[in-house]
Structures are given as C-alpha cells and as structure tokens.
Design a protein around this ligand. Structure first.
Ligand SMILES: Nc1nc2c(c(=O)[nH]1)N[C@H]1C(S)=C(S)[C@@H](COP(=O)(O)O)O[C@H]1N2
Ligand SMILES: [Mo]
Length: 434
C-alpha cells in the first residue's frame, strides 16, 4: 500500500532541499522526480492569501498558518481530496467521499496538464468555433450561449483515462491515480451539437477539438499544454455538452471555470477546460497529447512490459465498465448481529450497466445487487446490497459490474499498457466482524 498522506511536515522532512525551492523559489537540481512541486502561488493558496513579504521568508520556513496542521494539503473548495502533485495540480477523491449520487463540486477530482488561467472574467469570456470544416466561423460570449440555445442539465461521468494507474506492474509513469479520478456531477450548459449546427460543418468533418486558456508548464507563451478532441459522431451526441456550471453553480476554477466541455463516457481528457476555441477538423485532430502514445493503448493486447510503437497504438474512445463501493469505507468494524449495507456506483463508458454483483467469499459466489437506471444517458448508476456476515473475522466485499454488451469487469489487472490507462479491475473493501 502506498501512503497518500502528504502533510506539510512530511513534505519538508522527506526532502528539505526540494521543499525549500518548491516553497520559496530556490531551484535546486534535484527537482525532477515525481512529487511535490509547490510554487509560491500554491503556498499562497494554502495559507489563503498572498504572502506579502514572501521574498523575506527564511529558507525552509513552514508558514505558521499551516505549521500546526497535520492535514493533507488542501485546495480551497476541494477539502478532503488527496493531492498527487501540485505543479500542475492533480488531486483525487478518496472513494468513501464519492458516496453522493450526484458528485458535489468539492468532491470532484482535478486533473491539470498545465497552469490554469487566473483572473477569469466570465462576462468577457468568448468561445470561437473555427477549423477547416466549419462553414461559418462564429464567436459566442457565455451569455450568447445561454440565450441562443436550449439549456440542459445532465449527469455525466468524468473519469481520467489514467484512473487506477497506480496498480499497473511494471509501473506506468504519470499521476499515480488510485480509484478517485472519477465523478458524476450534474453539468449545466448547452448541447455541443446545437452550437456546431449553428455554425454549420462540411461533409469532410471528422473531428471536433478544443483549445483551453491554461498555460504550458514551461511558461512558453504560445505553447499549448493539451488540446484533444472526439470524433464528429461523439461531438454530435445529444449528451455532449458545453458547460458553464456544475450542480447549479459556476464551475470550480480548477474544473474549468468559466466554460468547458463535458463529454460523458470517454476519457476525461476530451472534456476540455477553460475553453476559448473549438475547431471542426477535416482530419484526426493533431493537438498536443492527441496522438499515441497519449491516451492510447496497444490496438492488440501485449504482454506486461512490452515496448509498443506508436503505430500499434489506438486512441481511446469509450471507457470500460467499472464500479465502486463508496459505502462503507474500507476497514469498517461491524457487530456480528448487524446487517452489512453496501452501496456504490457503476458506469460503462458509451454503454450502460446491466448488472452489478457482490461477493463476500473472494469471488467464489456472487449475489445480485439492487441496481438503478441512470438519471440520463452516461450518468453512473447506483447499486445497493444488504447481507449478514456468518461469523466473526475478516471479510472482503468485492464488486463487479457487467455492461449492456455482457462484458464484465476483470477481477485482476486488465490489459497492461505502456501508459497505464483503463484499469477497470474490481474494487474491494475490508470488513471486520466482531
Ligand atoms: N484545458 C485543459 N483541459 C483539460 C485538461 C487540462 O489540463 N487542460 N485536463 C484534461 C484531463 S486529462 C482530464 S481527466 C479532465 C479532468 O477534469 P477535472 O479537472 O475537471 O476533473 O480535464 C481535461 N481537460
Ligand atoms: Mo485525464
């Protein structure tokens, strides 16, 4: 088990040299490993204000505002998330905090490839529709979008393609997501399709892609951190959205405020944040992190550890079937006379979930759970199960979802791939009965 706790003391104790630069801008040569890269602006976020005399602060000083805390790092409005990296900011949600049927904004993971824009003004923000295959290029303000097109609200699963990466062996580099780079909030916005139709597109349109206003980590002005897209068919799906809100409020700054794409069922990376331009392409989009090996897996399965050439990699479309036990929290202690209530969610990319099963005997027998229909297409589905455990001792509850094509989650690691995507192995929790 990897420790996920990254308290400030821990951070300074483990690598004071790195911590020093990360906190105060004194760069040492040892800062290339994966880990915490806390810029001064992040430290300001942590203390909750700009540090006025920052350049006077002694090297290695832990700000008093957070020195007493044994908490993990926290991002305003995202309390309880586990920070994996803070330059760029990447944070995942502990599974038991995903128990809400509709994920609240403060429980939604953050996956940034670059530095989010600051001083965002939603009133002056614009979205341009361009590209080789557009008929009439147009630019919309957010108010234009709100008043010109039908406003819709949809619960759509957003899951990073690399969710579950930490389990792959040999390990894959990248954010070591465990289970919590997923959520299903309600998005508020308009259909991407309606906007594309308003501009018109030629017969040769094959891809629709986004550009956001986040900056590249190198700071190079016109270098784009990520620009991905989906096939025209997926873009025209009536559930694919341009969203300005989440659960009836503005988007959180880390989740794309003031405007983003919300495209259910495909890797989260296609749901561009802080979008200012959408391009209708006559070819597969060629933005940064679009082509293999990014968000791609071997077209045919390979043995773990195999080197795969980019030509043999295929861009991920639909995500695979998956499920979580969001209650109880793993490690729960139960009285022998008490019923065990288990519940969670299941989702299946472009498909729906037809069955969710639970095992309390390491997969020898499986019982059906009560499974609900999704609130709308591409929303996750809630399931629940009640049982009594036969005697005192240690148990594991395993959950397994089966999609509408009859394909099940695997018990063990699915197809190993060089970048560690699409881990949909079954989730399990520990239960002690006494
Ligand atoms: N502009 C922009 N859009 C982006 C990203 C990004 O770094 N920049 N990250 C992508 C990735 S990889 C994922 S998984 C989702 C994460 O969305 P969230 O941070 O709102 O959870 O946003 C996608 N959209
Ligand atoms: Mo992602």
């Amino acid at each position: 088990m990897r420790r996920k706790e990254r308290g400030i003391h821990n951070f300074f104790a483990n690598d004071p040299e790195a911590a020093d630069w990360q906190a105060w801008g004194r760069r040492s040569s040892s800062i290339t490993r994966r880990g915490f890269v806390t810029g001064l602006s992040t430290l300001s976020t942590l203390v909750g204000a700009r540090i006025v005399f920052a350049n006077q602060m002694p090297a290695g000083l832990i700000p008093a505002a957070i020195a007493d805390s044994t908490d993990e790092f926290e991002i305003a409005g995202k309390e309880g998330l586990t920070l994996l990296n803070d330059r760029p900011v990447n944070a995942e949600t502990p599974v038991h905090f995903l128990n809400d049927q509709v994920t609240p904004a403060h429980r939604l993971f953050i996956r940034n490839n670059g530095i989010p824009p600051v001083n965002v003004n939603a009133d002056t923000w614009t979205l341009a529709i361009e590209g080789e295959s557009v008929i009439n290029s147009k630019t919309y303000s957010i108010k234009d979008l709100q008043s010109s097109f039908e406003n819709i609200n949809r619960q759509l699963v957003l899951e990073c393609g690399g969710n579950g990466r930490s389990e792959f062996n040999p390990p894959a580099s990248g954010n070591q997501w465990t289970l919590g780079a997923v959520g299903c909030p309600e998005w508020n916005g308009v259909r991407l399709k309606d906007v594309l139709n308003d501009c018109g597109y030629k017969d040769d349109a094959v891809y629709v892609a986004y550009y956001g206003l986040d900056k590249h980590l190198t700071g190079v002005a016109d270098r784009v951190p990520i620009s991905r897209g989906v096939t025209i068919e997926k873009a025209l799906d009536p559930e694919s959205m341009i969203a300005w809100g989440m659960n009836g409020s503005d988007l959180h700054p880390m989740n794309g405020h003031p405007l983003r794409l919300a495209i259910g069922g495909w890797p989260g990376s296609v749901s561009g944040k802080w979008i200012h331009k959408i391009v209708i392409r006559d070819r597969v989009h060629d933005g940064p992190k679009m082509a293999p090996p990014s968000y791609s897996v071997p077209c045919d399965p390979v043995a773990p550890g195999t080197t795969v050439s980019n030509d043999d990699m295929c861009i991920i479309h639909s995500m695979p079937v998956k499920s979580l036990i969001t209650s109880p929290q793993s490690g729960i202690r139960l009285n022998i006379d008490k019923k065990l209530m288990v519940n969670g969610h299941a989702w299946a990319g472009d498909l729906s979930v037809s069955e969710v099963k639970v095992s309390i005997d390491f997969g020898q027998t499986w019982s059906a759970t009560k499974l609900q229909q999704p609130a709308n297409k591409f929303a996750w589905q809630h399931w629940e199960y009640e049982t009594t455990l036969p005697s005192q001792g240690y148990y594991e509850v395993w959950v397994r979802a089966i999609d509408s094509d009859g394909v099940s989650q695997p018990m063990v690691m699915p197809n190993w791939n060089p970048k560690g995507y699409l881990n949909n192995a079954c989730h399990r929790i520990a239960v002690y009965v006494s």
